[in-house]
Design a protein around this ligand. Sequence first.
Ligand code: FES
Length: 161
Amino acid sequence: MCGCNCNNNLDKHDALQQVIDELRNEPGCLMPIMQRAQDIYGYLPEEVMNHIAKELDIPVSDIYGVATFYAQFNLEPKGKYIISVCLGTACYVKGAQLVLDELEKVLGVKAGSTTADGLFTLNATRCLGACGLAPVIMVNDDVYGRLTPEEVAGIIAKYRQ
Ligand code: FES
């Protein structure tokens, strides 16, 4: 037992500790440890960052700095379904903002947030590489193109079932 507050889930804690013990002497081990910690927890809870800092004997601000600099790290739990709304140029001129506004209304959260039931995370993104289908959203790996705001509620309802 490490004595910090990260032991509320012992399986995950043990898995994290194993990763730290395995990698701690490797040069540049911080990013791989953080990545594996995120794989284990789904995001980087504060107590996990504190634990990594303690184990590696580095300030927690270093870990926080890396976590906020690199887009692949999440400091908040993500929903089961990640909705990416393209706000790239092609989508924007075809009304992507109206689609995003409707999603915010239907889900009751702002872009960058997760619904209280943990089901959806709503993100605005750059070009998703499907400009011919503008405006485009993705729900996990599912692509929806040529969307109108009127179609949004039906799409969300499908994932709520
Ligand atoms: S601008 Fe939206 S997919 Fe390219």
